[in-house]
Design a protein around this ligand. Structure first.
Ligand SMILES: Nc1ncnc2c1ncn2[C@@H]1O[C@H](COP(=O)(O)OP(=O)(O)OP(=O)(O)O)[C@@H](O)[C@H]1O
Length: 802
C-alpha cells in the first residue's frame, strides 16, 4: 500500500521565527531560533529504505518511529511574563475602578474606627506617599508599616501595605451609603482578599504577614554580591512568579543566567527550592538557569576591589592620558564592547619569549585592573605584577577597551622592566605561537576566506614534537623489539603518528607518540585520554590496543586507519556529496551516541579527527579519533567549564562560560556537516581574528549562500539548523541526529518532507543581511585551542578534569 505523509510545523513554537514571504538562499539564520515541532502523519506503516546502511552496533535508547516528533525543542522560557504579579494586579485594577467617594469613608469595626484620607488611586501609583490617619489604634498600623518600610525592596511592600489598608478602609458593614449591590460585592471581595493577607493579632487587629528577608545570588558568579529581596509569601505564593519578578531585577544577567532563572538553590547547593515556604528569613539563595549548582563562596562574592599601582613613567603616562581624555575612573567599567577574544601576551625577555594566550569575554574582562591581574597570574613575569602592556605597534594599553581594538598580541612588562628597541619585533621562532594576527593591520577579507593552516599552532608549548629518532627511524629499544616503524602518517599539536608492524603477528598498527615535554602540566589530559580510550569499544571509534610510557614519552598503539582524515579528503574532493555525507554523519552520530551514553564528551570533534574508512559496500564512512581533550562528565548534573576545543567548531556555551556538556560535540557535528557539503565552515572571521569568529559563533547566525548551497537539499539544511543551535537544550542530541528524517532515509526523503524543510528553512532566513562571496573552498585547518589560560584561577579551572 503506498505511503502518504504530511509534515506539519507546530505553530506554537515556530511562529516567532517565521517571516512569511521571505525566500532566497542568501539569507541568514539565527541558530537561537526556536525550532518548530515537526510531526509526521503516516497513513500506513513506515517505509524501509533499500539503500545499504551502516550497521548500528548499539541501538539508540529510544527508536523513534516515523510518526514521532522530530524536533525536541520545548517552548522557550519567557522572561517578564505579564502574569508575574497577577493577584495584586487584579486587586489593583478593581480598586482603581472604584468611585473615589469610597475613600472618604468611616470604617466601623467592633473596637476601632479608621479614617482614611488618601485617595486610593494615588496610593496605588505612589505607594511610598500614602499616609494613614488613624483615629484610633494608630500604633498598630504604624508598626506594621514600619516593619515593611525597613525591608529591602520596601517600595513594593509599602504599596502592598497601602493597598491592604485601602481595602480595610472599605469594610464598612453597610456604613458606606450609596453603594450599589455590585460595588458592595466588589468591596467584599477585596475584604476577603485582605483577610487572606492579614492575620488577626492578639489585640484583635489585623496585621500584615511579615516578609522574609532574602538575598539572591547568580549561579557561579563569584563577582555578584547578591541582591536583597523581601519575599511576601502572602503575595508571592509560588516559585514561578517569584522567578519572574527576580528576572526583572539586576540579577538577570545574560552571561551568568543565559536562560533566565529556572532553579533556585540554597547557598551550599544541597537543596533546590521548590516552594516559597522553604525560604528562610535572612537566608541566601542562588538563582540558576540550569539544574546544575556551581559551588562558589557566595557569602564572599564581591566585585573585585583591588587596584594595581602602576609604576613610574607608565603610571604618569596613564594619569596624563586619563587627564587628557578626561577619564573618570568608573566604579563599574562599561563592558559593552567586550566580546570573546583570545589575546596573546608575550612575556618580555630573551627571545624566543614565552607567549601565553588568554580568553577575554564578559566574565574574564570585567575591568582593566582585573584583566591585568589575571594576566599577571598567567604570564608570570620575573618582576611580578604586569605594570605595562604594549601592542606590537607600540601603543600602550591603558584601558579595558584597548584590549578589544584590532591588536591581539601584547608585550608585557613588570614595574622595573626597560623597553628595548626590538621588543616589539616578533622573532621567527615566536611567529608560530603568535599566529596570523601579528600585524596591527587588519586583514579584511571576505567571510569565505581561507582559514589558518593546520600547523599554525595556538599552543606555544606543544610545537616541534618528533619523538622517535627520525634519522634512524627507530622506536625506543623496548618497543623496537616488538614493532617495526614503517612511516610517519600524521602529526598534530601534541603527537606524531606512525604506521608500525607488529614483529610477531605482523598486524599493522598506528603508533601515536606524545612527548612528555609537549604536555608538561597537562599529563592529566593524557591520563584521561588513556583511561577513556580503554573504556571504549565501538566500530565508529579508533580502537586503542595498548600503551606504554617509555623515555619520557607516551606510546599508544591504535587501530590503523589508512585513508587519512576527513580534512585531507575534503581538500581533495572539495565537497562531499549528500549520499556520502549522510553516511559519514551516521558514523559520527553512532560514535557520539556511544560516548555520550558513557558520559564522555569528546570536545574536539573536527574534520581532522575523523578518519576515513570504507565499508563492505565500498561506501565511505568515518571513525572518530583523538580523545586528547575528551573528558567524563561530572557525576550528577555537573557541567564542564574548561574552555577548550578548536575555534571553528567551538560551541557558544563553551565561550560563554556558562557550563557545557555533551551537546558541544553535536554543535561541532553540525559545523562538520555544513563544511563537508560545501567546502567551507558556517562561521568564519571576516578579519582573521578569533574575536570576530567568536562573535559570529555566539550570535548563532549563519547562512546557506548561493550558489554553493543551490544543489543541497532543504532537508539537510534543516538538520544543520537543528545541530547548530545556540541553545544546547534545544539542540539535537546524538540520538535525535540519528533519528532525523534525512539521516534515517540516507538523504532520500519524501518530497513532502523536503517541501516542508524548504518552508521551514526559508522561514528562518533574514534576507540580505550578509553579502556572500561566490564559491570558495575550505582549504586550511585550525588546531585545537587546548585549555586557554589554565592559570587564570576559577575562570578557567577544570570542573572535574583536573
Ligand atoms: N589511528 C590512526 N590511523 C591513522 N592515522 C592516524 C591515526 N590517529 C591519528 N592519525 C593521523 O595523525 C594525525 C594526528 O593525530 P592526532 O589528531 O591524534 O594528534 P594530536 O596531536 O593529538 O592532534 P591535535 O592537533 O588535534 O591535538 C591525525 O590528524 C591523523 O591524520
Amino acid at each position: 500500500m503506498p505511503q502518504t505523509s504530511t509534515w506539519e510545523i507546530d505553530e506554537r513554537s515556530s511562529a516567532s521565527g517565521h517571516r512569511s514571504g521571505e525566500s532566497g538562499t542568501n539569507g541568514m539564520m539565527n541558530g537561537a531560533n526556536t525550532l518548530p515541532r515537526v510531526t509526521k502523519r503516516l497513513s500506513t506503516s513506515g517505509k524501509t529504505s533499500n539503500i545499504p546502511r551502516f550497521k548500528r552496533p548499539h541501538p539508540p535508547h529510544s527508536t523513534r518511529p516515523h510518526s514521532a516528533i522530530i524536533s525536541s525543542s520545548p517552548g522557550i522560557y519567557r522572561k517578564n511574563s505579564p502574569s508575574s504579579s497577577a493577584p495584586s494586579t487584579s486587586s489593583n485594577r478593581r480598586l482603581s475602578q472604584l468611585p473615589t467617594h469610597h475613600v472618604h469613608s468611616h470604617i466601623h469595626q467592633p473596637n476601632h474606627t479608621l479614617h482614611h484620607t488618601s485617595v486610593i488611586s494615588e496610593e496605588l501609583t505612589t505607594p511610598r506617599a500614602s499616609t494613614f490617619n488613624l483615629n484610633q489604634n494608630q500604633n498598630v498600623f504604624a508598626t506594621t508599616t514600619t516593619s515593611f518600610g525597613s525591608m529591602p525592596n520596601s517600595g513594593t511592600n509599602t504599596a502592598e501595605a497601602s493597598m491592604t489598608s485601602s481595602v480595610c478602609a472599605m469594610e464598612t458593614d453597610g456604613a458606606v451609603t450609596g453603594n450599589s449591590a455590585e460595588e458592595l460585592a466588589e468591596s467584599r471581595d477585596m475584604v476577603s482578599e485582605m483577610q487572606k493577607r492579614c492575620r488577626i493579632g492578639p489585640s484583635g487587629y489585623p496585621h500584615l504577614v511579615k516578609a522574609k528577608r532574602l538575598r539572591f545570588y547568580r549561579n557561579g558568579d563569584q563577582y555578584f554580591k547578591g541582591i536583597p529581596y523581601a519575599l511576601q509569601c502572602d503575595r508571592v505564593k509560588s516559585m514561578q512568579p517569584l522567578m519572574e519578578e527576580l528576572m526583572k531585577t539586576v540579577i538577570c544577567d545574560s552571561t551568568a543566567l543565559p536562560h533566565g532563572i529556572r532553579h533556585i538553590f540554597t547557598m551550599d547547593g544541597t537543596q533546590r527550592i521548590t516552594s516559597v515556604d522553604q525560604f528562610e528569613d535572612g537566608g541566601g539563595y542562588v538563582c540558576s538557569s540550569t539544574d546544575v549548582f556551581k559551588p562558589v563562596d557566595y557569602s564572599r562574592a564581591a566585585e573585585p576591589s583591588w587596584r594595581l599601582t602602576l609604576a613610574n613613567r607608565y603610571n604618569r603616562h596613564l594619569e596624563t592620558k586619563k587627564l587628557a581624555l578626561n577619564v573618570v575612573e568608573p566604579a563599574n567599567e562599561n563592558t559593552d564592547f567586550v566580546i570573546p577574544k583570545i589575546i596573546k601576551v608575550i612575556r618580555n625577555g630573551v627571545k624566543p619569549r614565552r607567549i601565553s594566550r588568554h580568553l577575554l569575554n564578559k566574565k574574564t574582562a570585567r575591568s582593566f585592573d582585573q584583566v591585568l591581574r589575571d594576566l599577571t597570574l598567567i604570564v608570570k613575569l620575573d618582576a611580578g605584577a604586569i605594570r605595562k602592556l604594549f601592542t606590537l605597534s607600540g601603543r600602550p594599553v591603558l584601558t579595558l577597551q584597548d584590549f578589544f581594538r584590532e591588536d591581539d598580541v601584547f608585550v608585557a612588562y613588570g614595574g622595573n622592566d626597560k623597553m628595548a628597541a626590538d621588543d616589539l619585533l616578533v622573532a621567527s621562532e615566536e611567529h608560530k605561537c603568535v599566529g596570523a594576527s601579528t600585524s596591527s593591520k587588519i586583514r579584511r577579507t571576505s567571510r569565505r576566506s581561507a582559514m589558518p593552516n593546520r600547523n599554525e599552532s595556538l599552543r606555544h608549548d606543544r610545537s616541534g614534537s618528533v619523538i622517535p629518532d627520525q634519522d634512524q627511524q627507530r622506536l625506543p629499544p623496548d618497543l623496537d623489539e616488538k614493532f617495526q616503524l614503517v612511516r610517519l602518517i600524521g602529526d598534530g599539536n601534541t603527537a606524531v603518528v606512525y604506521e608500525v608492524v607488529d614483529k610477531i603477528n605482523h598486524d599493522r598498527r598506528a603508533m601515536k607518540v606524545i612527548a612528555r615535554e609537549n604536555v608538561i602540566g597537562k599529563e592529566h589530559l593524557i591520563e584521561m585520554e588513556l583511561s577513556i580510550l580503554q573504556k571504549i569499544d565501538n566500530t565508529f571509534i579508533v580502537q586503542l590496543y595498548d600503551h606504554w610510557f617509555v623515555d619520557d614519552s607516551y606510546f599508544l598503539s591504535l587501530e590503523l586507519i589508512e585513508m587519512g582524515d576527513l580534512f585531507e579528503h575534503l581538500r581533495r574532493v572539495r565537497r562531499v556529496p549528500e549520499r556520502d555525507a549522510v553516511r559519514m554523519m551516521t558514523c559520527l552520530g553512532q560514535a557520539l551516541e556511544y560516548i555520550h551514553d558513557l558520559g564522555i564528551v569528546h570536545r574536539d570533534v573536527k574534520l581532522e579527527n575523523l578518519l576515513i574508512v570504507k565499508d563492505e559496500y565500498g561506501e565511505l564512512g568515518v571513525k572518530l579519533a583523538d580523545f586528547g581533550l575528551a573528558c567524563e562528565m561530572p557525576e550528577g548534573n555537573g557541567v564542564l567549564t574548561t574552555i577548550c576545543g578548536t575555534p571553528t567548531y567551538v560551541a557558544p556555551e563553551v565561550l560563554n562560560k556558562t557550563g557545557y556538556g555533551c551537546r558541544v560535540d553535536i554543535w561541532a557535528a553540525g559545523v562538520i556537516l555544513y563544511a563537508i557539503l560545501v567546502g567551507f565552515p558556517p562561521f568564519q572571521s571576516s578579519d582573521g581574528s578569533e574575536q570576530d569568529l567568536f562573535s559570529a559563533i555566539m550570535s548563532g547566525e549563519f547562512s546557506f549562500p548561493s550558489p554553493s548551497w543551490d544543489d543541497v537539499s532543504w532537508s539537510v539544511r534543516h538538520l544543520i539548523m537543528c545541530l547548530i543551535h545556540t541553545d544546547p537544550f534545544h539542540r539535537y542530541s546524538a540520538n535525535e541526529l540519528l533519528s532525523d528524517e534525512w539521516m534515517v532515509n540516507l538523504g532520500d526523503v519524501d518530497p513532502e518532507y523536503e517541501e516542508w524543510a524548504h518552508l521551514f528553512v526559508q522561514s528562518k532566513m533574514h534576507v540580505g543581511e550578509e553579502q556572500e562571496t561566490p564559491y570558495e573552498y575550505y582549504t586550511s585547518r585550525r588546531t585545537s585551542m587546548d585549555e586557554l589560560s589554565e592559570s587564570a584561577g576559577v575562570e578557567f579551572s577544570f570542573s572535574r578534569e583536573g
